[in-house]
Design a binder for this molecule. Structure first.
Ligand code: GLY
Ligand code: MN
Ligand code: MN
Length: 440
């Protein structure tokens, strides 16, 4: 299995600590277990920031980073080994495993955190944490601070600065290392295979969930624990619902099906959309819309390179889509004016992409100092233009209504431009029709 090597976690912690103020402390909690319904839990997914710094896969854990601390800069609080619990729920690293396998300098039982952590915070000037994202943890943090304050008369020194960790950590996460790109390539490779399989399986009379099952099969077979987000399998007019998740309609001859799905490998997402005809052959109208979306995506790729800014790719898609809609008669008027008045938003209402990484909509600022961010090597993003003609749009001829097309690929910025990670699944009309014909 391709995964992030242990040394990389060490490197990340060191890089973060190098940016922290002297005499400071960073504290991050693991994700909580989420209850699905009585006695049933959701599949556990580690918090992305926590995972990024530790690779530690368990709940009920807290990372503490203290740059310059003599007795160890990295302390991990975690669950203790417990024969009874491990019999029911599986193995735990325990404090020994935290040190031996996960590189902690020191580890303590999570049940002792209230006794130990105030002592680690005491005397540090500044606390970094993900303030505001975990109310329960924020409350605990204030309790630990209050323990120190209550001892002020004994000379205890509570910190007086509380700083959001996000700014430092999320900027680090925005730049993908070679190891991260390798994992993302693997997630992309498996997701491409899943889309190919779903295309080959596509038949009128099946259900949207039948194709979802084909995706899930490839995801799991490839070693992915789960999809990176709820798979969207949207046929016919459902393709015009951007985050459609019902996935239970019958696939009909003559309809398109839009699948937006990607798996997650070692907590790195892939995010692919392909749109194809249920029965393998595009109609004239479907093809006309599809070709515009595809051309707009090509135009966007050309705008992704170092020194181009974040919005250039989006602007390129807006230009091509608006001109294309005018050509088909779906919009009337001057292209520049239609762009200025945002008339295209009736058909293309989302942006061309987002950062991609451990979170499918990954962290990282899109603007810096009020200006669109300039792209740099190692940034990963999606390119996902679409055209959606609402089934209720009375201002276009009936033949166009209910057609929804999105095409989405994942890219990493390189020195020369960008590497497309998701090229392994057909995209042109001819390629898609050929693949589907071969599967009949
Ligand atoms: N799958 C959600 C998105 O494409 O952003
Ligand atoms: Mn997507
Ligand atoms: Mn996306």
């Amino acid at each position: 299995m391709i995964h992030i090597p242990k040394a990389e976690y060490t490197r990340r912690r060191k890089a973060l600590m190098a940016q922290m103020e002297p005499n400071s402390i960073a504290i991050l909690p693991a994700a909580a277990v989420a209850i699905r319904n009585r006695d049933v839990e959701h599949v556990y997914r580690q918090d992305s920031d926590f995972q990024y710094l530790s690779g530690f896969p368990e709940p009920e854990a807290v990372i503490v980073l203290m740059p310059g601390r003599q007795h160890g800069e990295y302390v991990l609080f975690c669950r203790e080994r417990n024969a009874e619990r491990e019999l029911w729920d599986g193995l735990r690293a325990g404090t020994e495993g935290a040190i031996r396998d996960f590189g902690a300098d020191d580890a303590f039982p999570i049940t002792d955190i209230d006794d130990i952590l105030p002592g680690l915070i005491e005397g540090r000037d500044r606390v970094y944490s993900a303030m505001g994202s975990n109310a329960e943890f924020d409350r605990h943090l204030m309790e630990w601070i209050n323990v120190i304050r209550s001892k002020a008369h004994l000379g205890a020194q509570p910190p007086n600065e509380f700083v959001a960790l996000d700014h430092l950590l999320h900027d680090m996460r925005l730049y993908k290392s070679a190891a991260e790109v390798k994992v993302m390539r693997e997630a992309a490779r498996i997701s491409c295979a899943a889309h190919v399989r779903a295309m080959q399986a596509s038949r009128a009379g099946l259900y949207e969930f039948s194709l979802e099952a084909e995706l899930d099969y490839e995801f799991r077979k490839g070693g992915a624990k789960m999809p990176a987000y709820g798979s969207i399998v949207a046929s016919g007019r459902n393709s015009c619902i951007l985050h459609y998740q019902q996935n239970d309609a019958v696939l009909k001859d003559g309809d398109l099906v839009l699948i937006d799905a990607g798996c997650e490998i070692d907590c790195y997402a892939s995010d692919i959309t392909r749109t194809w005809p249920v029965s393998g052959k595009f109609s004239a109208e479907q093809k006309a819309i599809y070709e515009i979306v595809l051309a707009s995506q090509e135009a966007a790729f050309a705008e992704i390179a170092p020194n181009k800014h974040w919005n250039q790719a989006h602007e390129a898609t807006v230009q091509v889509i608006t001109a294309g809609l005018v050509k088909l008669g779906l919009l009337q008027g001057d292209v520049d004016e239609l762009i200025a008045s945002e008339a295209y938003k009736a058909f293309y209402m989302h942006r061309a992409g987002h950062w991609l990484g451990m979170d499918v909509h990954d962290v990282g600022e899109y603007k810096v100092g009020g200006e669109w961010r300039v792209l740099e090597v190692g940034m990963a993003l999606t390119v996902e233009p679409g055209i959606y003609v609402s089934p209720d749009n009375q201002s276009v001829a009936k033949k166009w209504r209910g057609i929804g097309v999105r095409i989405e690929d994942d890219v990493v910025v390189t020195k020369q431009g960008c590497e497309i990670l998701t090229g392994g699944v057909p995209k042109s009309v001819a390629e898609i029709e050929a693949l589907m014909a071969g599967a009949r």
